[in-house]
Design a protein around this ligand. Structure first.
Ligand SMILES: *[C@@H]1O[C@H](CO)[C@@H](O)[C@H](O)[C@H]1NC(C)=O
Ligand SMILES: *[C@@H]1O[C@H](CO)[C@@H](O)[C@H](O)[C@H]1NC(C)=O
Ligand SMILES: *[C@@H]1O[C@H](CO)[C@@H](O)[C@H](O)[C@H]1NC(C)=O
Ligand SMILES: *[C@@H]1O[C@H](CO)[C@@H](O)[C@H](O)[C@H]1NC(C)=O
Ligand SMILES: *[C@@H]1O[C@H](CO)[C@@H](O)[C@H](O)[C@H]1NC(C)=O
Ligand SMILES: *[C@@H]1O[C@H](CO)[C@@H](O)[C@H](O)[C@H]1NC(C)=O
Ligand SMILES: *[C@@H]1O[C@H](CO)[C@@H](O)[C@H](O)[C@H]1NC(C)=O
Ligand SMILES: *[C@@H]1O[C@H](CO)[C@@H](O)[C@H](O)[C@H]1NC(C)=O
Ligand SMILES: *[C@@H]1O[C@H](CO)[C@@H](O)[C@H](O)[C@H]1NC(C)=O
Ligand SMILES: *[C@@H]1O[C@H](CO)[C@@H](O)[C@H](O)[C@H]1NC(C)=O
Length: 537
């Protein structure tokens, strides 16, 4: 077949073929530049004289290849397609290898039967550029939360690209107001008005895809500066007073990017110290804090140009109490004659309260405190004042105790002498004399007026004799008070006392008493009956 005739035939059949049942599937067929594509037919084991593939790119069809049916040796490939094109004789499939952009266009097939009936079809081939160089670009290198508008553009090479944006693994939600997505010819534009800190953390990934290929951009994230927010001092509620020179710090924190810088204020005046930690040491060194005052911290972010102030934290610094002493009289004290002024003081520290105890109990009535309770006057001293007096000096940061031992001399008071007053011969005798006294009294004993050699509180006789009967006088003396007192005790030493009655004897006595009582009762009744009562008439 000469080319001219063929061309005329093709023109004719192209017109015809549009109406006839297609022998090609619906297109378009997409294929990637440089790759191979096979344009398939719907023919199965067709009987034909010729199959003619031709190509048109909005112009007249140009033949691509012509093959003859069984028995024919015709197999012609047009020059531009030499070595790139083959047609399968069995099913008529056309394979194009090493696709070029110029291969995009309409392909048609003419299947010319032995009887001259021509079936025809057409399909569009799109040679797609491969997807590559997917890139996210931002119009700004960094942003400020709420202030900045950030425009991200995703570009890529390739044909018929669709772009999608991923935030982590989820699709980016464009609300059309704050976050606006705009599709361009070969790019996609994502705009954030008043960008938020979370918007661009992503990481964001842009995907460019066409029907055949997909490519992703590198993960993208953009620093959005924000804050400072939520400025807080820790501890937020310190004790009202902090112990001076203790290990105590105020620390300030803020949510901020980049990290905030911190300044401190004491009662609205800037403290000459910066940084997130304000140690008590610095507060004291700068002479702040003796008075209760309020501390605030101001956090600033140079990138956002914003600053925020923490809620105030209030406390005072207090010197702990140390070197507590309780002083009292140093001389000898005698109850009734002397008084004692006890006074409690600390070598250092601010004393706020002073409390007093005597042997763990409140001081007795009659103790007179100075108005500030730093001293107490016991006047006159009583014997009950002997013991340990303690004072406790305290303030909100600590407390210290001091003790003074009061020794109040008194007595001896009238002794008490205990012992059996009547003993039998040969019984042992112990007389015990006790006279309350401070210091403890010295004792002497007189018997019937004569001084004995006994100088202890107890007078002991191993075996009483009659001659031990008499008056024993215990004399107690106290050299410190210069007082003495004495108490007499009479001892009688007797013969054996009545024998103890046996149970039988007691029973006998009881019975005898009952019998006698019975007789007396009987006698009374008898007399009532027998003695006549004289009538007065
Ligand atoms: C295209 O086909 C040729 C020959 O069949 C083959 O050698 C080549 O690897 C194919 N190329 C691609 C990209 O498939
Ligand atoms: C042509 O198509 C037939 C049927 O699909 C197949 O069996 C055969 O291998 C193909 N020939 C070539 C050269 O690809
Ligand atoms: C990305 O995800 C984070 C958290 O999942 C969200 O806060 C942020 O707004 C999202 N950004 C965009 C652009 O969707
Ligand atoms: C691209 O997007 C358009 C419109 O949403 C859609 O019709 C088309 O099928 C998409 N193509 C690909 C390759 O996803
Ligand atoms: C206070 O801060 C200093 C450093 O500034 C640190 O050495 C010390 O341990 C901190 N003390 C407390 C109680 O946090
Ligand atoms: C952010 O916006 C506020 C008010 O619109 C402005 O005063 C401020 O200077 C802006 N900050 C920066 C860093 O541009
Ligand atoms: C105690 O006081 C009394 C009377 O006031 C006095 O007689 C006595 O000497 C005083 N004792 C001492 C030890 O001072
Ligand atoms: C007790 O002693 C203190 C300190 O020495 C003194 O200030 C105070 O006036 C004294 N009290 C009396 C009642 O003497
Ligand atoms: C002591 O006095 C009592 C009573 O006056 C007398 O009975 C007794 O004999 C006296 N004893 C001595 C040893 O003098
Ligand atoms: C008791 O006697 C001793 C020795 O003579 C003397 O040292 C001491 O002071 C006396 N004690 C009293 C309380 O009189």
């Amino acid at each position: 077949m000469d080319p001219f005739r063929l061309r005329a035939l093709l023109l004719f059949s192209a017109v015809l073929g549009r109406a006839a049942a297609s022998v090609l599937p619906d297109g378009p067929v997409d294929a990637v530049l440089g790759r191979n594509v096979t344009l398939e037919t719907l023919l199965r084991d067709p009987q034909y004289a010729f199959i003619v593939w031709s190509f048109s790119d909005d112009s007249d069809p140009e033949p691509v290849a012509t093959v003859g049916g069984s028995g024919s040796t015709t197999y012609t490939v047009s020059d531009p397609y030499k070595d790139r094109v083959s047609v399968n004789r069995t099913n008529g499939f056309l394979t194009l290898r090493g696709l070029r952009s110029a291969d995009s266009g309409d392909y048609s097939i003419n299947v010319i039967g032995a009887d001259g009936v021509t079936r025809t079809g057409g399909v569009k081939l799109r040679v797609l550029e491969p997807v590559s160089e997917v890139l996210i670009k931002s119009d700004v290198p960094e942003a400020v939360e709420h202030n900045s508008t950030v425009v991200l553009i995703c570009t890529a090479k390739g044909s018929f690209l669709n772009f999608t944006w991923l935030n982590g693994t989820a699709a980016v939600k464009a609300d059309g107001r704050r976050v606006v997505l705009k599709e361009e010819e070969a790019s996609s534009q994502l705009t954030f008005y008043g960008v938020l800190r979370t918007d661009l953390k992503g990481p964001l990934v842009c995907t460019a895809a066409n029907k055949l290929e997909t490519d992703k951009s590198a993960a993208f994230s953009l620093t959005v500066h924000y804050g400072p927010d939520d400025v807080q001092i820790r501890p937020s509620k310190p004790a009202r007073f902090i112990r001076s020179r203790s290990s105590f710090n105020l620390s300030c924190s803020a949510v901020s990017s980049p990290a905030a810088t911190f300044r401190w204020f004491y009662n609205e005046q800037q403290v000459q110290a910066d940084g997130p930690v304000l140690p008590l040491e610095t507060i004291e060194k700068l002479g702040h804090g003796q008075q209760e005052g309020s501390y605030t911290c101001v956090a600033a972010n140079a990138k956002t140009g914003r600053a925020a102030r923490s809620p105030p934290v209030t406390f005072g610094v207090m010197e702990p109490i140390s070197g507590a002493t309780l002083t009292g009289p140093s001389g000898v004290l005698i109850a009734g004659n002397h008084s004692a002024n006890l006074s409690c003081a600390a070598a250092a520290g601010a004393v706020q309260t002073i409390s007093w105890l005597k042997d763990g109990q409140p001081l007795r009535p009659g103790a007179v405190f100075s108005p500030d309770r730093s001293s107490v006057l016991l006047s006159p001293l009583l014997k009950e004042d002997n013991g340990k007096v303690s004072c406790r000096l305290s303030n909100p940061v600590n407390a210290e105790d001091a003790v003074f031992t009061l020794v109040v001399n008194y007595g001896p008071e009238t002794p008490a002498v205990s012992g059996r007053e009547a003993v039998e011969v040969e019984d042992p005798v112990t007389l015990t004399c006790s006279a309350p006294s401070q210091p403890p009294a010295n004792y002497t004993w007189r018997f019937n007026g004569s001084l004995t050699a006994v100088k202890t509180a107890t007078y002991t006789i191993d075996q009483a004799r009659y001659s031990h009967s008499g008056t024993y006088l215990c004399e107690a003396s106290n050299a410190v008070t210069g007082r003495t007192s004495s108490k007499a005790f009479t001892l009688s030493v007797k013969e054996e006392l009545v024998e103890g009655l046996s149970d039988g004897a007691i029973a006998g006595i009881v019975i005898a008493v009952l019998v006698a009582l019975g007789a007396a009762v009987a006698l009374v009744f008898y007399c009532r009956q027998k003695v006549p009562v004289d009538s007065p008439y």
